[in-house]
Ligand binder design. Structure first.
Ligand code: FAD
Length: 351
């Protein structure tokens, strides 16, 4: 019997497990390794911070999901992955051998700016972020992408004095203007084109000639690869993410799938894409176990972006189209709650 190892309970694996709970895979033993038994859904995190959701409403039960899918759940963190020997090593020293593996362990914040690793609070893991996010008074947020903008507006909505540093525009010009307007309306001190050069004890943010002290610096800059991928033996792209083929399999080790943020495809890193990867992964995992050819995954360069603005108001964008309003927040709320119901086994399919 083949042993399938799933690393991480990211969006794709969560969707895969929910699908396997409905139609189990035969002839394989599945193990899921992921550190948190209850996991926060990223799309609802700004809503938790803004106070629209209780934490429990934005969490899913990883252990229960694995159990429903007839998978063994091992709470833990992979610290080494050896694609040649087909073995993953966990932080507590245990090792898990596999025949087929799938990596959906996400990404981490890029903390390469001097002082950031010691003094900033990275957004990931979310579980740690929420534990440490006690002070919401003078907060600096680093990173003007969707995550940084959403977190800044959520914190401002909760009464924080928030400064958002953004090195470069992350969106097309019309959408950038719309997001800037939203930030200013919510009294976020938005500083476009301002790169944080260093953090000093205080914490003090050093950006060019400006130095400013905050109670907290939240780090929400672009995704960086997980460190253990570097020595995994898997073929990686120039940034260090796993290079995959059209079937979402490693180009160097086809028995290893990589999905979500940790895979390198022609797509932005987003939960929407990771969910789509999960659907393709389900099909291809079944095929691989049966010895059938894999299906082709078509990357989707233009995904729907739904960005919440502190209160129950959201901006939607896709390609060059964008819109905003209260109804868009309720639409996003419906999509997110439907996903959570699917993961909890209360909804058969997403339709
Ligand atoms: C504040 C915020 C809001 C966002 N909102 C949205 C949104 O509304 N829509 C959207 O599309 N995207 C959103 N994103 C982006 C989105 O969160 C990421 O692109 C997405 O989470 C990537 O999903 P994933 O499936 O690759 O991994 P993740 O969802 O990050 O999951 C990674 C999993 O791997 C586990 N893991 C990590 N390290 C290890 C390890 N070493 N061993 C084993 N397991 C491990 C983690 O615990 C977790 O279970 C948001 C991001 C942030 C920060």
């Amino acid at each position: 019997m083949k042993h399938v190892l799933l690393v991480g309970a990211g969006h794709a694996h969560a969707g895969l497990l929910a699908a396997l709970a409905q139609t189990p895979v035969r002839g394989a033993r599945i193990t899921l390794v992921s550190p948190y038994r209850r996991q926060i859904y990223s799309a609802m995190l700004p809503g938790v911070i803004a106070g629209h959701y209780r934490r429990a409403q934005a969490e899913f039960d990883v252990a229960a999901l694995a159990e429903r899918a007839y998978a063994e759940y091992l709470p833990g963190e992979v610290v080494r992955f050896d694609a040649e020997r087909r073995v993953a090593t966990l932080a507590d020293g245990r090792s898990v051998a596999y025949d087929v593996a799938s990596l959906n362990a996400g990404s981490r914040s890029d903390l390469s700016v001097p002082g950031a690793a010691e003094l900033a609070l990275p957004v990931k893991p979310f579980e740690r972020l929420l534990e440490r996010l006690r002070v919401i008074s003078r907060v600096a947020v680093a990173g003007g992408g969707a995550a940084g903008a959403e977190l800044a507006m959520a914190l401002a909505y909760r009464g924080g004095a928030v400064t958002l540093y953004s090195e470069a525009a992350a969106f097309p010009p019309a959408l950038t203007e719309r997001i800037e307007r939203a930030l200013r309306k919510r009294r976020v001190d938005y500083r476009p084109g301002m790169r944080i050069d260093a953090l000093e004890p205080g914490p003090v943010v050093v950006a060019g000639r400006s130095r400013q002290q905050f109670d907290l610096v939240l780090w929400a800059t672009g995704a960086a690869p997980l460190p253990w991928l570097a020595n995994s033996g898997l073929a990686l792209d120039e940034r260090g993410f796993v290079q995959v083929d059209h079937g979402l399999r490693s180009v160097s080790h086809p028995e290893v799938f990589a999905v979500g943020d940790c895979a390198s495809l022609g797509e932005a890193k987003s939960g929407v894409h990771a969910v789509r990867h999960g659907r393709a992964l389900e099909q291809n995992l079944r095929n691989v176990l049966l010895g059938w050819p894999v299906h082709r995954y078509e990357p989707q360069p233009r995904a729907l972006l739904l960005l919440t603005c502190g209160r129950r108001y959201a901006i939607a964008a896709r390609g060059n189209w964008s819109a905003e309003g209260y109804s868009l927040w309720w639409w996003k709320n419906w999509i997110d709650r439907r996903w959570m119901a699917f993961l909890a086994g209360k909804k058969k399919a997403l339709g």
